[in-house]
Ligand binder design. Structure first.
Ligand SMILES: Nc1ncnc2c1ncn2[C@@H]1O[C@H](COP(=O)(O)OP(=O)(O)OP(=O)(O)O)[C@@H](O)[C@H]1O
Ligand SMILES: [Mg+2]
Length: 492
């Protein structure tokens, strides 16, 4: 022990002597030059001797869109299931299923994982937006006012780099995706003008599913098969060179279940829903950003598309009243002279390729006959689904949903009356609600009375008329009312 101590003491005094001579004998400019050279070499020297490498996974992308990095979420899911045992500080949120607890790493915590027998280290780092730390590469916060950003740092021995890249990380991604899919809670996105993120999400809680949706069972099965084929169609779409998207047009009178159908579709596919209200989009670039910010596995909904087209036409007429310097404040629809809904849809078409895949766009309307044929052409709106008045098959679903019955002596009378009237599922559902202490008999008797009344009122409409013709007649009635000045009916 003693000889080695002496050796170090000797080395220390030799270094001190060298430093003294250096400062006395070597001119300042040479000293400065030497310091510069040494500091530029030091990272290289350190890297040469440092046996570890690292990969940084930032929470938000560094492009101008500030998009959330999906890999960050996959890693979070993976770590929450695999490596929480080694962490001393955790955070907890309600799990995606709304029942369990999901744990995650707290800031600046480190855990160890095993990769084919070797060790790797995960660290959740928090850094200031303006930090000069070399580990933070162009990461900016998603929301204004948020000063700090987070990233995962994966550290491993440099001889395992290939293993980490080719085997470990793909495995993390796979397991993370499976976990997210298992615990995923669907979300409803609505857009807003403030902040860098254009969409706000809330948990999606609509109770309508294909089981509760009252419609012709053959039609329902056809839609479910179509959706299933779409979901499995990744390789097919890339083979034929088509963007992986599908357009649905849902049309029919109010209260026939168009919005309920969207909810059923989202439930069936497990997709998020983006509710796009075009009347509040103020600029062309905003619309583009809105589309780019939608995620895969989502349904983008534009409800009451006829009202929007009507709105465009109306506002276009008002455009003449607008003076030059105010033009930029107007909705994007004014930004071009030739504004049509089909133009808008062409614009959206062009964006699909930039958006990646697995998105469904759904348009709904009460007035199919008012829509521009270009808007609803096949290829753009691939599937047209008519949501029609309530017939007996649909009624049976509602009776089961609301009263829990599959047969009743009044079913025969109701079946006849439903074919003789144009009653919407919403009206039937309303009659079947067991308000107060009403039992099934009373609800069905009430429905029979309502249907008889409706039959008397619609005596002018031939009962044999097909649902489509009835719908057209309904549309014509609505148009007439609109011409008389009651625009609210169309724009509702
Ligand atoms: N086909 C249906 N199956 C089950 N319930 C339905 C159906 N249609 C309507 N309903 C009931 O009526 C309510 C209104 O339906 P929904 O909002 O889906 O109609 P809509 O066609 O979207 O109407 P609008 O054109 O006015 O938007 C629903 O909450 C649901 O209770
Ligand atoms: Mg609706």
């Amino acid at each position: 022990m003693a000889p080695s101590m002496e050796k170090w003491v000797g080395f220390g005094s030799a270094m001190a002597g060298f430093a003294l001579l250096w400062s006395k004998l070597i001119p300042d400019h040479v000293q400065e030059e030497a310091t510069n050279i040494m500091s530029s070499w030091s990272p290289m020297v350190a890297a040469y001797f440092n046996p570890y490498e690292q990969i940084t996974i930032a929470e938000y992308s560094d492009d101008e869109q500030f998009r959330r990095n999906k890999l960050f979420d996959l890693v979070s899911a993976y770590l929450s299931s695999r490596c929480m045992g080694g962490a001393r500080k955790l955070n907890a949120v309600l799990a995606g299923d709304g029942v369990g607890t999901q744990f995650g790493l707290d800031d600046n915590q480190e855990v160890v994982d095993r990769c084919h027998g070797t060790r790797v280290w995960w660290n959740l780092c928090k850094a200031s937006k303006n930090s000069n730390s070399s580990t933070v590469i162009n990461v900016y916060p998603p929301e204004e006012g948020e000063a700090e950003t987070r990233h995962y740092r994966l550290v491993f021995h440099k001889r395992h780099r290939k293993l980490v890249q080719d085997s470990y990380l793909p495995d993390v991604i796979k397991q993370g995706s499976e976990l997210i899919a298992k615990t995923r809670r669907r979300r409803l996105f609505t857009h807003h003008a403030r902040g860098k993120s254009l969409w706000t999400a809330i948990p999606w809680k609509h109770p309508a599913t294909f089981d509760t949706l009252a419609m012709d069972p053959t039609k329902k099965n056809e839609i479910m098969d179509d959706l299933m084929a779409f979901r499995k169609g990744k390789s097919y779409h890339s083979k034929v060179g088509k963007a992986w998207k599908r357009g649905y047009l849902l049309y029919g009178p109010p209260g026939t279940g168009k919005s309920s159908m969207i909810s059923a579709m989202a439930d069936f596919l497990g997709y998020d829903v983006y509710d796009l209200d075009l009347t509040t989009v103020t600029r062309n670039t905003d619309l583009r950003k809105l589309f780019l910010e939608t995620t895969e596995q989502s349904i983008i909904v534009i409800e009451d598309i006829h009202a929007i087209e009507d709105d465009i036409t109306t506002r276009l007429k008002d455009k003449k009243a607008v003076k030059g310097d105010k033009l930029h404040q107007l909705p994007f629809l004014y930004a071009k002279d030739k504004v049509t809904l089909s133009g808008l849809l062409s614009f959206i078409d062009g964006l699909w390729s930039a958006c990646g895949g697995e998105r469904i766009i759904v348009l709904t309307t009460n007035h199919l006959d008012q829509l521009d044929p270009a808007l609803i052409r096949r290829g753009r709106m691939d599937k047209h689904v008519e949501m029609s008045y309530c017939r007996f098959e649909a009624f049976k679903v509602l009776a089961n949903n609301y009263l829990g019955i599959t047969e009743h002596p009044l079913f025969g009378a109701i079946q006849r009356l439903l074919y003789e009237t144009n009653t919407t599922p919403a009206d039937v559902a309303h009659s079947l609600m067991p308000r107060g202490k009403r039992n099934a008999d009373e609800c069905l008797t009430g429905l029979v009375q309502t249907l008889k009344k409706a039959r008397m009122e619609s005596a002018g409409t031939p009962p044999s008329m097909s649902p489509v013709k009835r719908s057209t007649k309904y549309n014509l009635r609505q148009k007439k009312r609109a011409r008389q000045g009651n625009r609210n009916i169309i724009c509702s």
